[in-house]
Design a protein around this ligand. Sequence first.
Ligand SMILES: [Zn+2]
Length: 413
Amino acid sequence: MMPPLQINAERLRSDFEALSRIGATAEGGVSRPALSEAHLAARAWFRERAAAGLEVNVDPAGNHSAVLRQPGARKTLLLGSHLDSVPQGGNYDGSIGVLAALEVLRTIKEAELLLPVNLEAIDFTDEEGTLVGALGSEALAGLLKEVALRHPRGGRAALEAGLARAGLKESHLLEARRDPQSLAGFLELHIEQGPRLDQAGVSIGVVTGIVGSRSFWFTFEGRANHAGTTPMSMRADAGVAASAFVVAIRKIVLEQFPQCVATVGQMTFEPGAFNIIPARARHSLEFRSVDGDALENLKTLLLERACSEAKKQECRVAWEQVANWNPVAMHPAAQAAILQSAKAQGVETLSMPSGAGHDAQSLAHITPTGMIFVPSVKGISHHPDEYTEWAHCVQGANVLLGAVIRMATQHER
Ligand SMILES: [Zn+2]
């Protein structure tokens, strides 16, 4: 058997080093929030690198692509990730997926390999949610809603300023939508951003699905009163009710929903003083799982528990659901292509769900989608210390190359 085709690891390395200098921080990471000057500079660099031998395309949502057309092909296989970062982020999140995708196209072109589908290495706009969150991939998948643009999580001013800097028109963003019939699939290489592969000593993760999540604001209402003169038996303490609920959330998840994680990341008490019993406690709650039924069952149980904890303290509780993302499965054909490619490269794999959201989540709604993970040392991500062994980046790129060839050849011209 012929050894599988390999990417040019030195060229990938020199691209990685060049990109890491754009928006570099003193801490050794990068800061390239979506459509900031640093992010736009990274995109200009990408256009330049892509133009050396490939077609360059920028769509109405600002998604940047390098395209390798194949004679007579009607469909396009997408591969890629994102070049934006969180503020004070690391060098690998998103970038390694875009650079590997570009390198895969160059390798296939140089090998003069003819495939029945076009290949497109894509850099999606605003994956990290500085502005809206998965803006580019949702626009391409036809999932972006105008309401998300009216109430963007980064605020209207930031969105308007970013679009203006990038020369993008808000009224044209939705035109980035692609006909699912024009697509042959989507493959994304990404760092795991968690510790599982690193702990297991396995270099390739085959993603089975991406978690869904539910997000809420809870408000417990009690009665403010004097902290010195009100007996403990005569209080309606909203702070105690909310705190008891938070402790109960952890216990319920640990004991009954081992497939879920739940987090209360913010809480405030009002009026907020040493000597006043809290009249109001407001907190966030987010929970995630790859199991959609588990999410709904957990939601029911938690809402009941919020009511009973409020009642115990003679308080009332109200909630507002602010986000609802359903879990998505990665396509069996894409998972198989990744597994076979890894096997041909002689690397061990671990099949695992993704606990973080990715552009693949958008694409999975419209086309067969798969994701490859490479290990994050100690599971660190969204931090300048984010690190993936270079050998693992190269292995990931080679597994992507093999998976692209396998996915592509499943299609008719
Ligand atoms: Zn990412």
